[in-house]
Design a protein around this ligand. Structure first.
Ligand code: ADP
Ligand code: MG
Length: 877
């Protein structure tokens, strides 16, 4: 330490407290980074790496970004999951003795960003914290930008906790000091979260009230840990944080992250984009807040029929009263993001323009309330009456803040005249002074006869009189004092001009200063309204989402679903809401769905591309639509309330996941089978496809039997194993259905029509034909098929062993088996240490999770080796 300069010593002692963040160290107009921070930041941000003398000739790596463009760089780092600690000078350099005092004023992290560019307006930015409890884990979440908080308790294992956080799209996870290292590693490496530590829990008095309403010690402890982290990193009063809401995990339909992905609820499987997802289809919201609430609703369908029916009934009213609804939409478009505005107010970074947005938003509320009353629906009437338009706040802002105020709050022109007497006086003095100067210019021109004489202002000389060289003989030198000589003009001042200048400038300076003070006062007054604004924001978001449901339901000609208490699914002419939207609607073939306690499992067969997956998904999506309170795409629909939905896609079909291993397919299936109940909906799409034929078929059959005998969940199981259709004879609640395709002139035509019974054959070769494989090849395939069909009776399942040996004899499956590795690679593999580790693994004594972790480690070590090899190769080339 002692070798470093005093400033570097200061740097190092601050950095010691923020090891996991980039320390942006303020030096004049720059933020500088040193040591490792500099090395990494120069790479991540592509900025020049330099160095600096750190004392006794030590060169220290350094790089920096200008203060004014820092938000951009900070955003880049946050985007990549890093944290940034902002270290400012906290005393005036002019009065400082020795090194200027510096301190960290805020830590910006992926889970705590507040600034516009880093936030997606229609998506919440959640940070979560995990607290181990005597049983299970407490999970607290917060969106700092909106102040929304919640806690829940998961009495499950660590993996379920990770999955839960993943499905909530958490940006950052806070853990306490006593969490095991491998758990942290799992969060960081396997699930790619930004992880932060909170070792000592400390929550200021002022925030106790938002926690104490939580019922139990455990819940409070959970909430406190998150709060403690937020307070420690943000270093300011967080007045906008709302009371923690206790989320009972049993009050919402559970959709695990895989099912969410497979059903493309909020993003598509392949492109990971919103377009093409259910969220995209439903997002006819007109406010950002409504957009965020919609996403939350989709992720948390309800279980209680009462609020579902209420939502449905409001949607119906909105559909019937088109005119009123359009007017409500219009009002809503004028409402800005009240929730995030409130957050900015609390954070102290709201500017005058934000306050104008706030005012305009509030001005729309009375009309909105009236239109809601007009609809004459008890639910809407009570909602309208509950809305507080914050009249006092609206009046305050109307009286005080200028409509065209600038972004900066330190340069004046913010406060309206008439709001503050003192301010008006300063302004008058300045205005009068300026008009006096204008008349002086006029009278000087007349007196001297110099028509080009001008009075101007600049920062160095203040006001001056400018006379061109050719006119200099006309002035009287006694009154004009020379100030500056230019190429073809001279500048003068006079005592009276300077006197007025003093008045003008001091009035201006004072008025700007006063405006700033007044603005801060107004901001403080707005703070008192934060809870009202947050409540209003929620009310408005809800109306916005419900009107969006009405718009979508009307455009898509959806029907109001009926809730079945008997576990019946009866859908007439049902459609897949997104697929039909992506194609010409008339071309979509609607289908019926019939399931009940006697028809619990549907086994779906039919050629590839026939529409099996689409059919299954439309059942799940219709259920979700019902349980979020939206109409469903069908002629009529009766559906039960499902407690959970599981969707599994066979590894062979899961092209997008990038982890299409059979192991994953089985692990996911395991999860579904252990968690599903008789109130759940199970979609199993080509399960068993990821392994060899007889293996897969056996698994598929036993899975179906297990569900049928032990779970009793409503299940749709699609399969290309025709052989499974015989199960209909053995399992009384299982029924075969198939998606119809016909042959026309030797070609397959998909009708997308679902009918009872099994498909008559597989159409694989025709699909190959459609894909325009060579004609000769197709011919040969047809020949072979005929041969096989006459050889073995394919509708009957041969015993497993016999079949396999047969297949090997004929060399049939060799196409699908991996090529035998060449001698060279074989040798290499045998000598690899990973092989030894693999050999020594005690698989039987491991849990799937442990196996997964072990595999992960092995993979990592190979990857690292590869990297080193290529580095080595590079440095040698
Ligand atoms: P499968 O799972 O049987 O292979 P998919 O469900 O993936 O088939 O459907 C394949 C394609 O067929 C879809 O991408 C869609 O374009 C079209 N399709 C599916 N169902 C229908 C339908 N009911 N009406 C019209 N087109 C459909
Ligand atoms: Mg499919």
């Amino acid at each position: 330490m002692a070798e470093y300069t005093p400033m570097m010593q200061q740097y190092l002692s601050i950095k010691a407290d923020y090891e996991d963040a980039f320390l942006f160290f303020r030096l004049g107009d720059f933020y500088e980074l040193f040591f490792d921070d500099a090395l990494r930041a120069s790479q991540e941000l592509e900025i020049t790496l330099t160095s600096r003398d750190g004392g006794k000739g030590n060169r220290i790596p350094m790089c920096g970004v200008p203060h004014h463009s820092s938000p951009n760089y900070i955003a880049q780092l946050i985007e990549k999951g890093f944290k940034v600690a902002i270290c400012e000078q906290v005393e005036d350099p002019k009065v400082a003795k020795g090194v200027v005092k510096r301190d960290v004023v805020q830590v910006i992290t992926p889970g705590t960003v507040m600034e516009g560019a880093m936030l997606d307006e229609k998506v919440n930015n959640f940070i979560a914290s995990i607290t181990p409890l005597s049983e299970g884990y407490g999970i607290a979440t917060c969106d700092l930008s909106t102040g929304q908080n919640s806690v829940k308790i998961l009495k499950e294992d660590w993996k379920s906790v990770c999955l839960e956080l993943q499905s909530l799209e958490i940006k950052e996870v806070v853990v306490p000091g006593n969490i095991a290292e491998d758990q942290v590693n799992m969060l960081r490496d396997l699930y790619q979260f930004t992880v932060s530590n909170e070792r000592e829990i400390e929550v200021p008095e002022s925030l106790h009230s938002i926690i104490t309403t939580l019922g139990t010690e455990d819940l409070q402890k959970t909430g406190k840990q998150l709060l403690s982290y937020l307070v420690r990193t943000q270093k300011r009063a967080l007045d906008h944080l709302q009371e923690f809401e206790y989320v009972e995990t049993t009050s919402y339909m559970k959709i695990d992250p895989n099912s969410k992905r497979n059903l493309e609820l909020v993003e598509t499987l392949r492109q990971k984009q919103k377009k093409g997802s259910l969220l995209w289809l439903l997002d006819k919201t007109v406010t950002a807040m409504g957009g965020r609430m919609l996403k939350q609703w989709i992720e948390q369908p309800l279980l209680d029929s009462k609020p579902i029916e209420e939502r449905l009934s409001i949607v119906e009213t909105f559909m019937k009263q088109f005119f009123n609804r359009e007017q409500i939409r219009e009002q809503l478009t004028e409402v800005y993001d009240l929730e995030r505005l409130a957050g900015k107010v609390a954070f102290g970074n709201v500017n005058a323009r934000d306050l104008i947005q706030l005012k305009r938003s509030l001005q729309n509320i009375p009309t909105l309330k009236d239109r809601l009353l007009d609809m004459d629906h008890p639910g809407l009437t009570s909602r309208s009456e509950a809305m507080d338009p914050c009249v006092d706040l609206e009046r305050l802002l109307e009286a005080s803040v200028h409509e065209e105020a600038p972004i900066s709050i330190k340069e004046g022109n913010i406060i309206k005249s008439g709001y503050n007497e003192q301010l008006d006086e300063y302004r008058n003095a300045s205005v009068n002074g300026k008009s006096w100067i204008a008349s002086l210019e006029q009278s000087e021109r007349e007196r001297t006869g110099i028509r080009s004489l001008k009075i101007r202002y600049n920062r160095v000389f203040g006001y001056y009189i400018e006379v061109t060289k050719s006119n200099l003989h006309l002035i009287d030198e006694e009154r004009y004092e020379r100030k500056q000589t230019l190429a073809n003009a001279e500048r003068f001042i006079t005592p009276e001009l300077k006197e007025k200048e003093d008045i003008i400038l001091s009035a201006e300076e004072k008025s700007v200063e006063l405006e700033y003070q007044l603005f801060l006062e107004i901001r403080e007054q707005v703070k008192a309204f934060i809870p009202h604004l947050q409540k209003l924001a929620k009310q408005i978001s809800e109306i916005d989402v419900l009107q969006a449901f009405a718009v979508v339901s009307e455009e898509g000609q959806y029907c109001r679903p009926i809730i079945s208490r008997e576990g019946t699914i009866r859908i007439e002419e049902g459609r897949h809401p997104v697929v039909e939207q992506m194609m010409d609607r008339q071309d979509y073939v609607s289908n019926d769905v019939n399931m009940d306690p006697e028809r619990e499992v549907l086994l779906i067969t039919g050629p590839n591309m026939a529409g099996k997956s689409t059919y299954m998904r439309q059942v799940a999506l219709s259920s979700i639509l019902l349980q979020i309170g939206c109409f469903v795409p069908a002629q009529s629909a009766t559906l039960p309330i499902f407690d959970q939905i599981f969707t599994r896609i066979g590894a062979a079909d899961d092209l997008a996941g990038g982890q299409s291993t059979f192991m994953v397919e089985m692990m996911e299936t395991q999860y579904a089978l252990t968690h599903a109940t008789d109130k759940s909906l199970l979609l199993l799409d080509e399960i068993g496809r990821g392994t060899s034929t007889y293996d897969g078929m056996s698994l598929a059959q036993s899975i179906i039997e297990y569900i049928h005998h032990h779970i009793g969940a409503k299940t749709l199981f699609s399969t290309h194993y025709h052989e499974l259709t015989v199960l209909e004879n053995e399992l009384d609640r299982l029924h075969n259905i198939h998606v119809k395709a016909i042959e026309e002139e030797g070609k397959v035509v998909f009708l997308h029509k679902v009918e009872d019974g099994k498909a008559d054959r597989s159409y694989g070769i025709h699909v190959a034909e459609l894909a325009q494989l060579p004609e000769k090849l197709i011919q040969r395939a047809n020949e072979l098929l005929t041969e096989f069909e006459s050889d073995t009776n394919h509708t009957e399942r041969p015993a497993k062993k016999e079949a396999e040996s047969k297949v090997h004899e004929e060399g049939q499956l060799s196409l699908f088996e991996p090529e035998a590795p060449s001698v060279k690679t074989q040798k290499k593999i045998e000598h690899h240490p990973v092989i030894d580790q693999l050999k020594n693994m005690e698989l039987l004594s491991m849990t799937p999770l442990e196996a997964m972790n072990a595999l992960y480690e092995l993979q990592l070590s190979i990857k690292q080796e590869k990297q080193e090899e290529s580095k080595w190769a590079k440095s040698n080339s």
